[in-house]
Design a protein around this ligand. Structure first.
Ligand code: RIB
Length: 279
């Protein structure tokens, strides 16, 4: 309708506003949206299925012109229905779309490979992986890249070495005991928040990083440079992921018929101080 066309609003759904990765991502969206005279309507779903659906519905009600969904949507079919019926274009971040769609791609598989190669190079054959109990596609790919690399080096990682938890600092902290039960020399935390939670748990267990145990994260949130020791991690261009997602969705809103576009952004290993070379 006319009202919708004049709204210039983008609904944005992220799983957890508390995670600095998403604050940066949102800053990117805002930056780009404002330039194009759009306003983002931001929702944090707290990984809650009811809230996710509710916020998608609210975006429709409030006449959003398009949506960016970075939440680990549990009911994609429902959301796709609601948005398609209302002719609202949307794009997903970090998960597989139902239909062909615009995409911002950061090579998670390669990120996993980079970390595994780095740990192997530093002599870490006994590792534990701490990941999300409800991982999105990107995290599964990250994990796969890591596992495949270890396998290529004939180093076995069995299922007890993969520990699942809630994707927060607290979630990471709470895995400490289970992690240590495996007697690893290194930990791969699927994101920095988990790693920082583990910093506390390891410290409380009297262990010192990296002398007693090494750890790597993923994302390169601002905090990772401010913990001691500074965290080795993979840099994800969260801000640029936001600006590009906004560019793509605005383009889609304004030119419904253009071909689907995919923007690939680079990642890189950021070597800091949380890994020790052993033997
Ligand atoms: O830290 C949050 C995670 O969720 C990131 O690694 C990012 O990839 C997003 O999916």
């Amino acid at each position: 309708s006319l009202i919708r066309k004049s709204g210039k609003t983008i609904g944005v759904l992220v799983p957890n506003i508390n995670n600095p990765f998403f604050s940066r991502f949102l800053r990117g969206i805002e930056d780009e949206a404002i330039k194009a005279d759009y306003v983002p309507l931001i929702f944090g779903s707290n990984n809650n299925k009811q809230l996710e659906s509710r916020y998608v519905f609210e975006s429709v009600k409030r006449a959003a012109d398009g949506m960016i969904i970075a939440s680990a949507v549990s009911d994609l079919g429902y959301i796709d229905n609601v948005l398609s019926q209302n002719q609202i274009p949307y794009m997903l971040i970090d998960q597989a779309p139902i239909h062909k769609s615009d995409m911002v791609d950061v090579n998670n598989y390669h990120g996993g490979e980079l970390l595994a190669e780095y740990l192997i190079k530093n002599g870490h054959t006994r590792v534990v992986i701490v990941t999300a109990s409800k991982p999105t596609r990107n995290m599964k790919e990250r994990l796969q890249g890591f596992l495949d690399t270890y396998q290529e080096h004939q180093i076995v990682i069995n299922s007890e070495q993969i520990i699942e938890t809630e994707l927060t600092k607290k979630g990471g902290y709470e895995t400490t005991e289970a992690v240590l039960a495996n007697k690893p020399t290194a930990i791969f935390a699927i994101n920095d928040e988990l790693a920082i939670g583990l910093y506390r748990g390891l410290g409380e267990s009297g262990l010192s990083i990296p002398d007693d145990i090494s750890i790597v994260g993923y994302d390169d949130i601002d905090l990772s440079e401010y913990v001691t020791p500074k965290l080795t991690t993979v840099h994800q261009p969260a801000f640029e992921m936001g600006t590009n997602a906004a560019k793509l969705i605005i383009n889609r809103i304004e030119n419904e018929k253009i071909e689907n576009q995919k923007i690939a952004l680079p990642i890189s290993l950021v070597e800091r101080d949380s890994v020790r070379k052993i033997n």
